[in-house]
Structure formats: C-alpha cells, structure tokens
Design a protein around this ligand. Structure first.
Ligand code: NAI
Ligand code: MG
Length: 351
C-alpha cells in the first residue's frame, strides 16, 4: 500500500535533515513492502520574504488530504519568530486538532548525556505536552502604550475538554509503558489555571488505579529531571511547561540533534505532523553538518503513527547501530561526518 505524505522542509537545517529523513524512510518503506508518496511544499520564511505569507491561503485545506506531515523547521533571522510560529506551525496544530505534542526521550548509544554517569536504561521518558491551548494564546494585549502606566496582559486558556483529553492520553500511554505519570503544576503561583489542571488530573487519575500518579511543581520537576530522571516515565504538562521541559529532557539525553517530536491528532481524523524538537539552527545552516538523527527519529514516529511498526523499529535499530559504531558522526556528536553521510549510513543500516 501507499501513503501520501506532505513534506515541509522549511528553513535552514530543516531542509538538510528532512532530505536525510526521507532517504531513510523510503528505504524502510521499500524493505517493508509499502510506499511513501511525497509531496513537497516550500512553505518557509524564505516564502514569507518573497510573498508575505508563510503558506498559501488554502494551505490547511491542501494538507488535510495527507496521511501524515513531515516538517523540518521554520524560522530564520530577518523574519520575526512569531511570524513563522503563528503563520504556519500553530495554525496547522490547531486546524488539525493536534492536541498532543509527544516527545519521547531516550539516551541513545554512543552519545553523551549532559549528566555524567547515567546509563541508557535510566533515561527513558516521554513528555506529553498540551499542544492547543494553555499559555500560548492570542488573548491579551498592550495597553497605555508609552505612558508610565503601560502594561501588557497575556491570558492563558484552559478548557475542560482540552485538559481532560491530554491528561487521559498520558494515562493511556503510561499503561503501555512503565505505568507512571507525573504532572507538572505550579498551583502556588498560577492560582486559577493550575489548581484547575490539578483538579482534573486528580479526577482522571482516580480512573487509573493501576497507574502511579503524582504532581510536582514544574520547578521541582525540572530539578528532578536532572537529578533523578530514572524516576520519570510519562510527564504530562501544559503547553508552556511542556515546551520547556522537553528541551531540558532533550539536553539531558544527548542534545537537540537527537530529539524527535510528534504533533498528534489522536482520533486520526486529521493528519498528524512530525518534526525534530530543534529549530532551523541559523548558526550552522548551509554548512551541511546538522545532525539528521532527530528528524530521522521523527520519521520513525510517523511510520509508527501510520501503523508500520516493523518499519519504525527498523529505523530505530539502524540509528542505534550507526551511533553505537561511532564511525559516522556529525560534529555535535564529536565526529566530522556531514548530514548526508550520517543519513546515508542510517539508510544503509536499514538494509
Ligand atoms: P535551534 O534548535 O535552531 O538551535 C539551538 C542550537 O542547537 C544551535 O546552536 C544549533 O546549531 C544547535 N542545533 C540544533 N539542531 C541541531 C542539529 N540537528 N544538529 C546539530 N546542532 C543542532 O534553536 P534556536 O537557535 O533557538 O532557533 C533558531 C530558529 O529556529 C528560530 O527562528 C526559531 O524560531 C526556530 N525554531 C523552530 C522550531 C520549529 O520549527 N518547530 C522549533 C524551535 C526553533
Ligand atoms: Mg521548544
């Protein structure tokens, strides 16, 4: 069978790493008896500079037809980050109700954690970040501009439907893993939103007596992630907290070059979108030295989402084999290989 996949390489290293991910995914598809039919879209800051918009007006409608979306990264100096975020990423996440941002985190062989002395098994967790509401909202504004009384308001939005579905997703996921959920809160400081989040967490936890649940203030949770990451399995967090915790989690497990993520519409009514956690890395863009592993692993998440579990496992195994051997490594991994060399090595390891 064949799947229709939209590829949006975007800006900077997004373009390089997406090319390598496609190389690896095509190989895995070929070896496992299915095909990926790619359609590439040039939606990016480069397009914005040329035309005044990140994507065409019917962009969302065009994506709706696909079985999945692979996104590189968007954002580049000269175009404000809120343009790339609100002009492409956030509209896609919201239009397709991709309310789960899933960020699996694992220390891979041949890589170094920022934490000395941790073994691979100890660092295996997944961040479930709320991806559609919360602190990332357009509600608010600047008032009394230029006056001594100037102030800004930025309002968070937490809906019952939104909070329930993300927390339930975390509990369901925990049942397939080590069976522990830790919720990030800050109910001592954010006295309306976070007590509400906590209340719903407690309600839902009661329906999962087989899953160990706990709640931690996000600051203490950040410290635990560094000091005792082995205690964590599924971490569920609001949009902002989840964003920050997942970059921290990526850093403690070998760096941004290794961390994939999925923007998931769990019912599968709309396409889900997979991307590396990292951005377009303007500091190394155009040099051909970006680590493609994060994007390749994002591709493996896409295969898993399509139900091609064997192919997804084959991609994981190939990444682990190449990293463990260590002969082909990009500069961030201490080597001298190019993006394309590492991508080809992984593709060859797929078979
Ligand atoms: P970044 O993730 O692009 O880069 C942070 C640092 O990590 C840089 O030193 C970079 O060279 C390094 N790095 C990142 N990915 C790497 C890889 N695959 N291999 C080797 N080194 C890697 O984050 P930054 O600098 O904050 O953002 C740059 C641009 O990317 C901004 O415009 C930002 O808005 C955008 N961005 C886009 C995202 C997306 O499309 N989802 C996510 C994060 C940032
Ligand atoms: Mg982030």
């Amino acid at each position: 069978r064949a799947y229709a996949i939209a590829s949006i390489p975007g800006d900077g290293i997004g373009v390089d790493v997406t090319r390598e991910a496609r190389k690896v995914l095509d190989r895995a598809a070929d070896r496992h008896g299915f095909a990926l039919r790619w359609t590439e879209f040039d939606w990016s800051c480069e397009r914005y500079t040329r035309t005044g918009s990140m994507m065409p007006e019917d962009g969302i409608d065009r994506l709706a037809e696909f079985d999945g979306i692979l996104l590189g990264a968007v954002g580049f100096p000269g175009v404000p980050d809120h343009v790339s975020l609100w002009g492409l990423l956030i509209p896609v996440r919201r239009a397709f109700a991709q309310y789960v941002n899933l960020r699996p985190v694992r220390l891979l062989p041949g890589t170094t954690s920022a934490l000395a002395g941790r073994t691979v098994d100890e660092l295996e967790m997944v961040i479930v970040r709320e991806n559609s509401e919360g602190e990332y909202s357009e509600i608010g504004g600047r008032h009394n501009t230029g006056q001594p009384s100037e102030f800004v308001l930025q309002t968070s939005v937490f809906t019952r439907v939104g909070v329930e579905r993300i927390i339930r997703y975390a509990f369901e996921l925990a049942r397939t893993r080590a069976g522990r959920v830790c919720s990030a809160t800050k109910s001592n400081g954010l006295i309306h939103s976070m007590p509400y989040w906590d209340e719903i967490f407690t309600e839902i936890a009661a329906g999962y007596p087989d899953v160990h649940s706990e709640q931690m203030h996000v600051d203490a949770l950040a410290a635990r992630m560094v000091q005792r990451p082995d205690l964590l399995d599924v971490v569920v967090a609001s949009n902002l907290f989840g964003d920050i915790l997942s970059d921290l989690a990526a850093a403690v497990t070998g760096g941004l070059g290794m961390a994939p993520s999925g923007n998931i519409n769990p019912p599968g009514e709309h396409p889900s979108m997979f991307e590396a956690v990292h951005g377009s890395a303007p500091d190394i863009a155009g040099k051909g030295i970006a680590n493609p592993v994060a994007q390749i692993l994002a591709g493996a998440m896409l295969l898993e989402h399509l139900g091609q579990l064997d192919a997804a496992r084959a991609v994981h195994a190939a990444v682990e084999k190449v990293l463990a051997e260590g002969a082909v490594a990009t500069p961030d991994l201490g080597g001298t290989a190019t993006t394309a060399e590492l991508g080809s090595a992984v593709a060859d390891a797929v078979g």
